[in-house]
Ligand binder design. Structure first.
Ligand SMILES: Cc1cc2nc3c(=O)[nH]c(=O)nc-3n(C[C@H](O)[C@H](O)[C@H](O)COP(=O)(O)O)c2cc1C
Length: 268
């Protein structure tokens, strides 16, 4: 079993699984882990486990997977970020156990999953993931990865800034650099990487670029899910490196950030 930090740096989305089933103990461990999760926003998130490989036909981008785990969130402010945060923690746990996952927000027959989640009217399912043992990527998977340039990420100077958006962050403290790299390595919908971070007065302020393309009634804003994932990667590295931090939810109103959506700050 690898650490969560190792999982962050070794992970990739897996869309091709071999036919090995998960043992009962593994499923129990994943269920217990998911039940223990919390998020900085305090929103209610629950996980629905569907041990039914026939659901694979409802996800055209994968081959057969033995398990599907759905993320169900209570509607409300920050619910997508909260979902992204907890769901990525779950996916990292699966990776640390030698399993593969791919967060799916779009390419699935949603109703097949939603109908099995017993959702109330104030809940929705932003994302789900198949879970299984990774196999050699299929030709289709390799083509998909090429299509979204899944192996590349924006340069640091495009993502991380010092004081304001005019100055790229060049002087990184040792404490921060690994946590920032963990953000950069993170998965995001269509690999768009909408995270931006401004470092000022020992706080990393998290923002999201704004695009309507990734928002719908059913899913909420997929890029807010991306921000929850980024935050998860960031604080997971701080936790493992024993660096203390706290969250700030008040917008510091930094000049020039008007076109971005403020998420939160992490004081390191
Ligand atoms: C919120 C979110 C939604 C995603 N939705 C899909 C999807 O619908 N279908 C799919 O094949 N991949 C989906 N992905 C996976 C991304 O395409 C993938 O994370 C990205 O290309 C980077 O590749 P990597 O995860 O291997 O690093 C999603 C990822 C995230 C974070």
């Amino acid at each position: 079993m690898s650490s969560m930090k190792e999982a962050i740096f070794s992970r990739r989305s897996v869309r091709t699984f071999n036919d090995q089933k998960l043992s009962e103990e593994m499923i129990r461990e994943l269920k217990e882990f998911s039940a223990s999760l919390t998020n900085p926003f305090g929103n209610e998130i629950r996980f629905v486990f569907l041990e039914d490989s026939s659901l694979s036909s409802a996800v055209p981008v994968i081959n057969e997977a033995p398990l599907f785990v759905c993320c169900v969130a209570k509607k409300g402010a920050d619910s997508e970020e909260a979902a992204g945060f907890e769901f990525e923690k779950f996916c990292l746990k699966a990776v640390s156990m030698g399993l593969g996952t791919v967060i799916i927000g779009g390419t699935m027959k949603r109703e097949e999953f939603e109908s099995r989640c017993s959702m109330s009217s104030d809940e929705y399912m932003p994302v789900m993931t198949p879970v299984g043992f990774p196999a050699k990527p299929s030709v289709r998977e390799r083509m998909m990865r090429r299509g979204v340039r899944a192996d590349s990420r924006k340069e640091k100077i495009e993502l991380f800034f010092d004081q304001d958006l005019l100055h790229p962050l060049t002087m990184e403290s040792a404490d921060l650099s690994e946590a920032l790299e963990a953000v950069r390595k993170g998965p995001s919908a269509v690999n768009k990487q909408p995270w931006r971070i401004i470092y000022r007065d020992t706080v990393c302020w998290f923002y999201k670029t704004v695009s309507r393309r990734y928002t719908s009634e059913e899913t909420g804003d997929m890029q807010k899910v991306d921000l929850g994932i980024a935050l998860c990667h960031f604080v997971t590295v701080l936790d493992e490196n024993a660096i203390l931090y706290d969250y700030i939810f008040e917008d510091p109103q930094i000049a020039g950030t008007e076109d971005l959506a403020f998420v939160c700050g992490v004081r390191v």
